[in-house]
Design a protein around this ligand. Structure first.
Ligand SMILES: C[S@@+](CC[C@H](N)C(=O)[O-])C[C@H]1O[C@@H](n2cnc3c(N)ncnc32)[C@H](O)[C@@H]1O
Ligand SMILES: [Zn+2]
Length: 311
């Protein structure tokens, strides 16, 4: 199947990486290879390591990047394993790291992957289909309190208590097996007047929350930034695009911590920690998509791009 994915802020990300033709780069989220392809085009003797945990994404990239021979290295892994991936390749330092977080449009639009509330499929939502834990297990085993927490925190769903309660009472009758079954249960939990006011499907926020939990999407970000910072050469860039306010906050906080250096309590008269800044933040405010891109791709609406440089 054709892996179609409209790469968000493609030009902005590539410019931010400030690519050197002989550098070593890592795309932690290869997906349909949009960003990876643009990096590869700019390399002569350099190399690109493209990581993804999704087999379909890697198969697409393999096909797309044949012409680049061993300049393109594809690795199936979670980017939380970045340190191991680089060690196994015998790579000490890199010149740039890119993360385009979240789900690809290919994953969302392929019914059997069970990400979408619009098409009937077994509940799944795993980016890595080798993982044993899917949306089916989550929806049918999490306690009401756990469901409420993730739906509220990751989905920013104000009716999370009602949704969690409905899920639990529905599964007492029989397990919730499909995407559309779950979407109908969620819809029935949201007050009609509130649902009517919205243009989007009432299940959208809850589906997002379940996907984030199934794939541990928030847990992997900070450790991966730590590895990237350690592995970057001086002047190397780390470029991260997020699609959720919690993701953006994690990136912003990490970048600011690394840019601060000194971690002494504010009332200390002189620095005793000796910590030095490791990053310079290039984007004081996150970069967002241009009006033209917003018109072409609604997914770019929530995108925020942050860039920092190793010092
Ligand atoms: C938004 S898409 C990337 C699209 C890509 N930049 C392009 O231009 O085609 C995100 C991709 O990252 C992968 N992904 C998300 N989190 C990951 C993780 N922790 N480790 C490895 N891959 C991940 C997903 O499987 C998906 O293919
Ligand atoms: Zn200090």
């Amino acid at each position: 199947m054709e892996f179609s994915h409209f790469s968000v802020m493609l030009g902005e990300c590539i410019e931010a990486l400030d690519i050197k033709q002989d550098g070593i780069y890592v795309d932690c989220t290869a997906g349909g290879g949009g960003h990876s392809g643009e990096i590869l085009k700019r390399l002569t003797s350099g190399k690109l390591i493209s990581i993804d945990q999704d087999d379909d994404a890697l198969a697409t990239c393999k096909d797309k990047f044949k012409e680049y021979g061993n300049r393109s290295i594809l690795v199936k892994s979670n980017f939380s394993e970045l340190d191991t991936v680089l060690s196994e390749l015998g790579i000490e330092k890199v010149d740039g790291v890119l993360m385009d977080l979240g789900v690809s449009s290919f994953q969302l639009d392929t019914p059997v992957r069970g990400f979408s509330y619009n098409t009937e499929a077994r509940l799944d939502m795993r980016m890595n289909v080798q993982n044993p834990f899917s949306a089916y297990e989550l929806v049918n085993t999490y306690s009401e309190a756990e469901l409420k927490r993730i739906i509220f925190n990751y989905g920013e769903e104000k009716f999370a208590p009602l949704v969690a309660k409905k899920i639990v009472s529905a599964r007492e009758v029989k397990p919730i097996e499909t995407t559309t079954e779950l979407a109908d249960i969620i819809k029935s939990a949201i007050p009609v007047a509130a649902a009517k006011k919205e243009a989007q499907h009432p299940a959208k926020r809850t589906f997002q929350a379940i996907r984030i939990e199934v794939n541990h999407e928030l847990d992997v970000i900070s450790p991966a930034i730590d590895t990237a910072v350690n592995r970057l050469n001086e002047g190397g860039r780390i470029v991260i695009m997020t699609f959720h306010s919690l993701e953006d906050r994690l990136v912003k906080t990490k970048f600011n911590d690394y840019a601060k250096g000194c971690i002494c309590p504010p009332d200390f008269p002189v620095c005793v920690c000796g910590n030095k800044a490791k990053l310079k933040v290039i984007t004081k405010k996150p970069v967002t998509a241009s009006n033209r891109e917003l018109e072409l791709n609604s997914r770019s609406k929530s995108a925020k791009l942050r860039v920092a440089e190793k010092v």
